[in-house]
Design a protein around this ligand. Structure first.
Ligand code: ATP
Ligand code: MG
Length: 308
């Protein structure tokens, strides 16, 4: 559903983070996992936080979403989501999380309940989003099918009856994206959405995100340790080390002219992905719906949407 009225004043960022800090209270003492980071994301933009393991990427995302345990994480700084200051009023996050803002969790294999069908988990998300009532089974089913179609899952009616173990990792990641989209969010936070997937499936998921962004103008906060992923999808990159941004800028600037040795080492760790505008479609897997490379077959998912 597109907005019925266009407001010319929507220039405020979808997400604005200022001097954000997270201190974790651990047995070994207090760790400043996130140290005064600032960034913003506008509609239609992808901003990536990249950094080595333990640099504080997930803590930043989880802190912004207020998903860290309150008694163990001390947050400070300002977080504005679509103009709403959620740092001043912690309860305000409940109004935006799962609505304006949705999270694509990291591990598709564990993020879904193994004992509930894909359909029932998607219906629940739709119900929570208020897009259909639990009683209106037909509306729930229609919306669920539509969401699975949007993420290019073939034969959605059949997939709804399946359980997570019956789907490939790529398919499950698509289901998680469908669940995130149930609320028609304006901002997606994707914490390593492809790192559990093999490289061909990864390309399909990244293209899907770019396509959704093109269609809906959503903003994306991408978290990755992979500069190959970052350069495909990002407008801007923030390079994180020990809780701080050591370097920030346009994607091409960072990739072509890294200012720090640390960024150069991240660059050096990237497997060669080929030239800027990407791999041929015939390098992808064969048809095998439900099989391990099922998501690589859709020609609409080849990496044509990569950011220049
Ligand atoms: N539950 C925890 N208990 C203690 N320290 C933690 C905990 N979670 C995170 N930390 C600390 O916070 C730092 C940042 O962790 P975080 O998970 O945000 O890193 P990351 O950049 O997401 O890493 P990865 O790429 O491995 O996901 C870690 O180095 C660790 O010291
Ligand atoms: Mg992490």
């Amino acid at each position: 559903m597109s907005a019925s009225t266009e407001t010319p004043f929507k220039e405020q960022p979808l997400l604005e983070v200022r001097d954000f800090q997270v201190e974790l209270i651990t047995d070994a003492g207090i760790i400043r996992a996130v140290d005064s980071v600032s960034f913003s994301i506008h509609r239609g933009e992808t901003v990536t936080i990249i950094g080595e393991s333990g640099s504080g990427k997930s803590t930043t995302a989880m802190g912004i979403l207020r998903l860290l345990p309150e008694d163990l994480a001390v947050l400070s700084g300002t977080v504005m989501i679509d103009g709403v200051d959620i740092s001043a009023d912690p309860k305000a996050i409940d109004k935006v999380r799962g609505k304006t803002l949705a999270l694509i969790p990291q591990d598709p294999m564990t993020a879904l309940s193994p004992v509930h069908s894909i359909g029932s988990q998607l219906f629940e998300a739709i119900r929570i989003a208020g897009a259909a009532s639990a009683k209106d089974k037909d509306a729930l089913q229609a919306r669920a099918v539509r969401l699975l179609e949007q993420v290019h899952i073939p034969t959605p009616e059949k997939q709804l009856k399946k359980y997570p173990h019956q789907l490939s990792g790529g398919m499950l990641q698509r289901v998680l994206i469908a669940i995130a989209l149930a609320s028609e969010p304006q901002l997606l936070v994707a914490d390593e959405p492809t790192s559990a997937l093999d490289v061909t499936v990864q390309g399909g998921i990244l293209d899907l995100l770019l396509e959704l962004q093109e269609q809906r103008g959503i903003g994306i906060l991408m978290i990755t340790h992979d500069l190959g992923v970052a350069r495909l999808i990002s407008d801007r990159i923030h390079v994180m080390k020990d809780g701080s941004f050591v370097e920030s800028g346009e994607v091409q600037q960072i990739v072509d002219h890294p200012a720090t040795e640390y960024t150069r080492s991240l660059l050096a760790a990237v497997p060669v992905l080929g030239p800027w505008d990407e791999t041929p479609a015939d390098a992808r897997g064969a048809h095998a719906a439900g099989g391990s490379s099922a998501t690589t077959t859709d020609p609409a998912l080849t990496q044509t949407g990569a950011k220049p």
